[in-house]
Design a protein around this ligand. Structure first.
Ligand SMILES: CC(C)(COP(=O)(O)OP(=O)(O)OC[C@H]1O[C@@H](n2cnc3c(N)ncnc32)[C@H](O)[C@@H]1OP(=O)(O)O)[C@@H](O)C(=O)NCCC(=O)NCCS
Length: 432
């Protein structure tokens, strides 16, 4: 592995601090070069994690336009959108038209130069340009070639996909929402970023296997498959239905498929979102009633008689009328703010969570510098991004700003030994 030559561009303070006495100078993935052909969210979310872990991520973008998200949902005119800047930190950018013959030549050198290739184009895009897995493997037998697609082998394999398509076809939308409402998508990007995380796991496994075999391999992750994996408990419930209705669900009428679960916890412990003062759209706290917390909870809410009441005393007795049970608790929560409820319930060890709005979270000082990170950008000024959720004691993460389009063209071409004397010509020919 060659030494990582990625320049440091400053950025925010370390997002996570090591706890050991001394932190090794190297990051976990130092020396790993990633050729990032990815776009939009699914691929970029994966390569951003690899970059945070220390890989040198070279993002290849279409000349003139770049990743389409640079220009999507812009909040500031003519400046890279937050969609782009929040998914492409710690990377370098080179523009390259891989459909031109000179572009193909440069791309071939980049394939030779890198350890990992990641792409999430529509099915067949790189093949049509002559870069099949066989060709990539021939150019660099050690490369790990990772692809994200909407679907795995089967009848949908050639179809394009976006987040909500994957949620629709992976089991998430039919089981999300209120029982009397339409299928609903979740705000968590389980189809895109969820697939990205799966892809990272597969890439890291392939890199470790390469240590033993010396060979790279083909890695494929489908968005439908990743959503199915994240909906595993819903498929558990589908099979439980053969033995009768699911008592922990709010629905009373069951057909032969898992219904939308509303705010049911989905686990063995019942839970519900309960209203709090002063009654705004996010003034709720999610409360889970574990069996052993019922007694202290009943006492806290001023209903000690329910501890021994046969209709409330045990989990089995409470489950058939769980809405009524939570209604009793809600009579109490409505008298306090969600943060007061959080404190009071934690004093008696009841698992609970106030419903935090995106504003609450971005303004929560306790998350600042770690999960809410401020980054300086030369064109948009300071922006907030979500930090790295992985904490490695020997590989602390520093969040650095996303690159401008083609910011590292010259530097990267130099590194792969390309003649940089005619960059202007390449630019005017639309290669860069
Ligand atoms: C997301 C998606 C639906 C977008 O579809 P799209 O806008 O049509 O984009 P494509 O991936 O098909 O790429 C469009 C074209 O840009 C071209 N292109 C992109 N970067 C290029 C570059 N650097 N040089 C030359 N051409 C480039 C591609 O070659 C392709 O051209 P072709 O269709 O003539 O072969 C599709 O990429 C997809 O289904 N990806 C897999 C699933 C996925 O990741 N979805 C979630 C994204 S968050």
């Amino acid at each position: 592995m060659a030494e990582n030559s990625k320049p440091k561009s400053g950025g925010a303070p370390p997002a996570s601090k090591a706890t050991g006495d001394s932190v090794p100078a190297r990051k976990a993935l130092d020396g790993i070069r990633v050729l990032d052909m990815s776009h939009v969210q699914a691929g970029p979310s994966a390569t951003q994690i690899l970059a945070w872990l220390g890989a040198d991520v070279i993002k290849v973008e279409l000349p003139g336009r770049g990743d389409i998200t640079r220009g999507q949902l812009r909040d500031v005119p003519n400046v890279d959108s937050l969609y782009f800047t929040m998914l492409n930190c710690n990377k370098r950018s080179i523009t390259l038209n891989t459909k031109t013959s000179e572009g193909k030549e440069i791309f071939t050198r980049l394939v030779r130069h890198c350890d990992v290739l990641v792409e999430n184009f529509a099915p067949g895009v790189l093949d049509r340009q002559g870069f099949t897995w066989e060709k990539i493997h021939e150019i660099n037998p050690r490369i790990v070639y990772a692809s994200i697609k909407g679907f795995g082998p089967g009848k949908f394999v050639d179809f394009k996909a976006y987040e909500t398509v994957a949620q629709a076809m992976g089991g998430a939308m039919s089981t999300t929402g209120r029982e009397d409402g339409p299928p609903t998508s979740t705000g968590a990007q389980i189809g895109d970023s969820g697939t990205g995380i799966h892809c990272v796991a597969a890439i890291l496994a392939a890199l470790i296997q390469r240590e033993h075999t010396g060979r790279g391999q083909r890695v494929q992750v489908a968005m439908q498959d990743a959503v199915m994996n994240l909906c595993r408990v819903k498929f558990r419930d589908q099979q439980r239905l053969a033995h009768g209705p699911l008592r922990e669900y709010p629905n009373k009428e069951f057909k032969d498929f898992v219904p939308r679960s509303g705010n049911a916890s989905g686990g063995g412990q019942p839970g519900a979102a309960l209203r709090c003062a002063p009654g705004g759209p996010n003034d709720y706290v999610y409360v889970i009633i574990q069996p052993h917390v019922w007694e202290p909870l009943a006492k806290l809410i001023g209903r000690p008689e329910l501890v021994d009441d046969p209709a409330f005393a045990t989990p089995e007795a409470r489950l058939p009328h769980i809405d009524e049970v939570f209604g009793v608790v809600e009579e109490w929560t409505k008298g306090f703010t969600k943060f007061e409820v959080l404190d009071k319930l934690n004093e008696i060890d009841v698992p609970c969570g106030p419903i935090l709005s995106t504003k609450d979270i971005l303004e929560d000082g306790s998350l600042a510098g770690r999960m809410v990170v401020e980054v300086e950008h030369p064109e948009r000024g300071t922006f907030k991004t979500i930090g790295c959720p992985l904490i490695l004691s020997d590989s602390p993460v520093t969040v650095e700003r996303s690159p401008l389009l083609g910011e590292h063209n010259e530097e990267i071409l130099r590194e792969i030994g390309y003649d940089i004397n005619h960059l202007d010509e390449l630019q005017s020919a639309g290669v860069l």
